[in-house]
Write a protein that binds this ligand. Structure first.
Ligand code: PLP
Length: 353
């Protein structure tokens, strides 16, 4: 059991409107969990009021990018309790990211005890409107102050939480990106490190200027195979099969991706995790054999794709009706997370209050 000190805010900043229709990421809850790494170990585990933190401008993460994060969600269940969706899977991915960036891993006890203590402290911040949740953001950054390029000897681990409303994005218009890359095989794509997001901004800004919402990343070497869709994994339904790119070191192993593939297999659907070439995608979209295309991720769960541009050709994909696989998978995940449907896979981590 991790020993945690508490310094609580005397006045909560929670207002009813923060939970009624929260704008994603705008408002953080009253407290945060922090721990510091010094002299080779994590210590000073604490719950403190959410607020400014002070470091030197020479801290290494600002200059050389040792910074990783996770994104997961807590839900209000139908009996009023709180469940966190697959925190162990997020914990494992967090440590894989830390290892890739030469940062110290965290123990499962610290990660889970910190998360549990924070959710117990700020339990009233978990919204209960259908489709809403409390977004959880564990992150870690190098905090040693030194201008020299080096692996930091000091780090901070923090968990923030922020209410999130139901996702109402319009269907995506995407462009297959064949010039820019986000990452490459052997690079950091499988790690959730800050630099991957910074490197995406420019290509996505260019795509936005051409009228697209996001890009579909392709392999960095030949731009012939599909990797991901922006900040989501990508899936297709073709002739009744669920098809998605197999994982490689350039792709983030999405927790939503894994959950949806598991549900599809539970339902007896044929699932193919394999390389998908841009040429095959072009062919299948032209023939109309792809009946669904969607992104998967913690923020949206599933995000329908309406248009995919390949070269100078725009392919339209029909809007999903309520029988569409993506809608059935999204509502099954909602029902599991909120306790409406039994959690056969043990995905919910229940916070007892
Ligand atoms: C690059 C990238 N790919 C995929 C995903 C989807 O991952 P998950 O389902 O774990 O949210 C995310 C979101 O975190 C992402 O940032």
């Amino acid at each position: 059991m991790t020993s945690i000190s508490y310094s609580l805010t005397p006045i909560s900043t929670l207002k009813p409107e923060f939970l009624a229709n929260p704008e994603f990421g705008k408002q953080c809850s009253d407290h945060m969990f922090c721990a510091s790494f010094q002299n080779g170990q994590w210590s000073n585990h604490r719950i403190v009021p959410y607020g400014k933190i002070e470091f030197f401008p020479s801290m290494l993460s600002l200059h050389y990018g040792q910074s990783v994060f996770e994104g997961m969600k807590a839900f209000r269940m139908k009996d009023g309790s709180i469940s966190v969706f697959r925190p162990n899977t997020h914990f494992n991915r967090f440590n894989r990211s830390l290892e890739r960036m030469c940062m110290p891993t965290v123990s499962e006890a610290m990660f889970m005890d910190g998360l549990t203590a924070l959710l117990k402290t700020d339990h009233q911040w978990v919204p209960s409107n259908p489709g809403s949740s409390l977004y959880l953001r564990p992150f870690c950054f190098a905090s040693e102050s030194r201008l020299k390029i080096k692996i930091s000897d000091e780090y901070q681990f923090i968990i923030l939480t922020s209410p999130a409303g139901k996702y109402f994005g319009k269907p995506y218009r995407l462009k297959v990106e064949t010039h820019f890359t986000r990452t490459a095989e052997g690079g950091t794509g499988y790690a959730k490190c800050a630099g991957n997001y910074g490197s995406s901004y420019y290509p996505v800004k260019m795509a936005n200027e051409e009228g697209f919402d996001q890009v579909i990343w392709t392999d960095a070497r030949d731009h012939q195979y599909i990797d991901e869709a922006g900040m989501m994994n990508i899936m297709f339904v073709a002739e009744g099969k669920l098809i998605t790119p197999s994982l490689n070191t350039a792709i983030l192993a999405g927790v939503t991706r894994d959950s949806i593939l598991t549900l599809a297999r539970d339902w007896g659907m044929e699932v193919e995790e394999r390389r998908i070439s841009v040429a095959e995608l072009d062919r299948q979209l032209s023939k109309g054999t792809i009946t669904e295309a969607f992104g998967t991720g913690t923020a949206a769960v599933v995000a329908p794709i309406a248009t995919i541009r390949i070269g100078n050709k725009d392919h339209s994909i029909p809007a999903p009706d309520h029988n569409a696989f993506q809608n059935k998978a999204a509502s099954m995940l909602h029902d599991i997370r909120t306790g409406i449907t039994p959690d056969h896979h043990g995905w919910n981590y229940i916070i007892s209050q």
